[in-house]
Ligand binder design. Structure first.
Ligand code: NAD
Length: 473
């Protein structure tokens, strides 16, 4: 569905009217228009900084220069020493951040290695670095912090400082969204330093346009040295609910990266499924996710033609909204069975037969399972359940060299949200830092990233793709 207000405020009349009477103007987000590239930051200026004692500067500089970025620094910043040493060791060229008005292109991204923060007082280094450069960030820019997760730190002062970063980034995301800029925090455990390369390629590019205010903790990677571009070539994926909406976009985005997609949907959606699969050279499987023999039928279909599954995306989902006091039992049962029960059963079956070693699973949760919505006790329960489920199953998948994660969409422009009454729909769209709904592609990009073995340091996590929706954390 079209966001008519956004379109209006970008028309010449709408622009002037909005400026005259002070209406908010949602930014036009820049989204990816092709597959993952080997040099996605080619020639783009990235301002990079560090705190004293920072330990991620080496992998950070090599990832940024490998991605083609033009590196800039703030020569007078007090935390520069680790960065300068790493730049000298790697022989990468860094340039001084140009003064505003010098006619140089604005910074596409500002990246700060905060892994050396050892006390709340040292947070001043973060302020000193970020505060003066905020105005110089280009539209659709990126702010990214790297830190050590508080849970991995023993020292009280260091743990406090590291936790403070979470509040900093959530607040900053709410400040900078007006021009499409996002702000996120990646928490890197010791031993996972090299794993930041693919993560930076995702968070610093248009593939993550609708993700802001998020904290993503990494774990020890399952596989090392896998480059993001090309990492999905030839993989086999099953996507449920693939006929339309978010599922169709996930299927298309996986196919864009070279994945062979088996799209599954309810037999009543067979027509739409056929059309989506025809576009991407995929295979349709008309099957209800709640069918008692769903797992064995998937395994049979996949075994016969492809040998096994590398990726499963549990996307099929429904809403049956009613205040709990008026909710009939069949509304409860349907939503619980499709959105949650089927995921557990299908995975259980595929773990016995169907998954290849290294299989990666992505489940679709929802902001509704985080913030909660009146009239959605059934839906909210399933979507929160998904978050607990991926956490609980992470070690099972890790033992097989794979992973299981979830993506929690906010308000996304699909048939599901088009069916909402006008008022709640308009509110749902605007209550986030980017003042607009996301597109199915935004969810598909995050799912496709999680599906890649290059994202092997992400396991058991739920990433919100919601433009930093103001509900929940
Ligand atoms: P949609 O209704 O457009 O598509 C859902 C698809 O799932 C349909 O093709 C449908 O036929 C299929 N499906 C439903 N029941 C099925 C069953 N029993 N077996 C097989 N397939 C079945 O919905 P969407 O907006 O694209 O949502 C996709 C997922 O994203 C859902 O899990 C939804 O809860 C979640 N989500 C959506 C939004 C949003 O704003 N649209 C927000 C948060 C989460």
């Amino acid at each position: 569905m079209n966001d008519r207000y956004l379109e209006f405020t970008h028309s010449s009349f709408g622009k002037s009217l909005a400026a005259m009477i002070g209406l908010p103007t949602p930014p036009r987000l820049k989204r990816a228009d092709g597959p993952w590239e080997s040099q996605p930051l080619d020639g783009k200026p990235v301002l990079v900084g560090s705190s004293r004692g920072a330990t991620l500067v080496g992998p950070l500089l090599s990832a940024l220069s490998g991605a083609g970025a033009t590196l800039r620094i703030v020569p007078e910043h007090s935390g520069l020493a680790p960065l300068k040493e790493a730049a000298a060791a790697q022989r990468v060229t860094v340039h001084g951040n140009p003064a505003e008005g010098a006619g140089e292109p604005r910074n596409h991204a500002v990246v700060f290695d905060a892994s050396g923060l050892s006390s709340p007082a040292q947070l001043r280094e973060l302020y000193d670095f970020v505060q003066p450069v905020l105005r110089g960030i280009a539209a659709n820019g990126r702010i990214l912090l790297l830190s050590r997760a508080p849970e991995s730190l023993q020292d009280v002062a260091a743990k406090t400082a590291s936790t403070a970063l979470r509040g900093f980034i959530r607040s900053l995301g709410k400040e900078v969204g007006k021009n499409g800029t996002t702000a996120n925090l990646i928490e890197v455990p010791t031993g996972a330093d090299e794993a930041i390369d693919p993560v930076l390629r995702f968070f610093l590019t248009p593939h993550s346009a609708y993700i802001s205010g998020q904290v993503l903790p990494l774990a020890a990677p399952q596989t090392r040295g896998v480059a993001l571009p090309g990492s999905l070539e030839g993989k086999i994926a099953l996507v449920t609910g693939a006929a339309r909406g978010i599922g169709a976009s996930i299927a298309e985005t996986l196919a864009r990266e070279g994945v062979k997609v088996i799209g599954m949907d309810h037999p009543s959606a067979e027509g739409g499924l056929g059309e989506t699969m025809a576009k991407i050279g995929g295979v349709g499987l008309a099957l209800d996710v709640t069918a008692p023999d769903a797992a064995s039928r998937i395994a049979a279909e996949v075994g016969k033609n492809f040998g096994g599954l590398d990726i499963v995306v549990h996307n099929a989902g429904i809403t049956r909204d009613k205040m709990l006091r008026n909710m009939p039992a069949h509304f409860w049962d349907m939503v619980l069975n499709i959105n949650l029960g089927a995921i557990l059963k299908i995975n259980e079956g595929l773990l016995k037969e169907g998954f290849r070693d290294g299989a990666r699973v992505v489940c679709i949760s929802s902001i509704g399972g985080i913030g909660g919505n009146a009239g959605q006790t059934n839906y909210g329960a399933t979507k929160a359940g998904v978050i607990g489920y991926v956490d609980a199953m992470a070690s099972t998948f890790a033992r097989r060299g794979g992973a299981i994660n979830a993506v929690a969409p906010g308000f996304i422009e699909t048939a599901m949200t088009a069916a909402m009454p006008f008022g709640p729909r308009e509110v749902g769209r605007r209550i986030n830092s980017l003042s607009q709904g996301g597109l199915p592609q935004d969810i598909a990009e995050a799912v496709t990233f999680f599906a890649s073995p290059a994202a092997s340091a992400v396991n058991g996590r739920t990433l919100r793709v919601c433009g930093q929706n103001f509900f929940g954390q």
